[in-house]
Design a protein around this ligand. Structure first.
Ligand code: SAH
Length: 261
């Protein structure tokens, strides 16, 4: 029986929603010590050369519909570099375990006998709404939030449950299936005037929020020409940010004053 040389390791690092300021201290340390970094399109990569000065940088970024490096090849590369003794960082957008296939990468490393650890990241599911002034929970508006992948169409049962929850719904990868999701939620009884926001390219200079209601957001989105990456937020909390971040800040300051008093 042969054993791989186990001096290398793989660290899955959550890169946050795109701004290098939102990397964790642990993420910055792991990057500084890395020999090899495999990074995604949504991970902060503009300053990677400074953050990981000693590392070979490998772009494995995926665009929707294009897969320059297939998942099994990414996993093979992680294991191959670590088996040669390298400190490998797999830098992923947001948190590695939120729709990022991080779980599969951990499994691949374990199968190969490569030591693997995970550094959580700031997920876009919470941070991108915040960047638009939308709190995913609020004492007056919502005491739960559900994070949904819109990558594949939702089943009628899923839509029915979501429509009945009464909390905030956050959809990642939801632009392509936005028509069927909004139609489905309306069909299962969600109020047609439920506030909805689509936030594109959070934490970049191109960040933009499109506001609407369940019945209007599709038209608004088409008119605005929204595209990925974007986070869709459905729920009363969106109303807190309507009119822009200034209103939201004022509303939240009021809420804090009420809670504190
Ligand atoms: N693991 C990631 C999510 C990966 S799925 C996380 O925790 O954030 C990729 C989806 O995340 C995108 O399609 C988009 O819906 C969302 N996303 C990630 N970063 C984003 C950003 N900066 N702005 C808007 N949406 C973003």
């Amino acid at each position: 029986m042969t054993h791989p040389i186990r001096t290398g390791s793989v660290t899955l690092v959550g890169g946050g929603p795109g701004d290098a300021d939102l990397l964790t201290v642990a993420a910055v340390r792991a990057l500084a010590a890395a020999d090899v970094v495999l990074y995604d399109r949504l991970a902060p990569h503009e300053t990677l050369a400074e953050l990981a000065p000693g590392a070979e940088l490998i772009d494995v970024g995926k665009r929707p519909g294009h897969h320059p490096i297939p998942q099994d090849e990414i996993e093979r590369l992680l294991v191959a570099h670590a088996s040669q003794g390298a400190a490998v960082v797999r830098l992923k957008g947001g948190d590695p375990f939120v729709f990022g296939r991080g779980g599969e990468e951990v499994e691949a490393c374990r199968r190969a006998g490569v030591p693997v650890s995970v550094i959580p990241g700031v997920t876009s599911a919470v941070a991108v709404p915040a960047a638009a002034g939308i709190p995913v929970t609020h004492r007056r508006a919502s005491r739960m939030f559900t994070v949904v992948s819109g990558h594949a169409p939702l089943s009628p049962a899923e839509l029915e449950h979501l429509a009945g929850l009464g909390g905030t719904i956050v959809i990642l990868m939801g632009i392509t299936n936005l028509p069927s999701i909004t139609a489905g939620l309306a069909r299962f009884g969600m109020a047609p005037d439920m506030p909805v926001a689509v936030i594109e390219q959070g934490y970049s200079a191109r960040q933009r929020t499109t506001f609407g209601e369940l019945r209007t957001i599709l038209t608004e989105s088409v008119q605005a020409g929204v595209g990925s990456p974007a986070v869709v937020v459905i729920g009363e909390v969106v109303g807190l940010a309507r009119g822009g971040n200034v209103d939201a800040t004022a509303a939240l300051a009021d809420a804090a004053a009420v809670a504190g008093g």
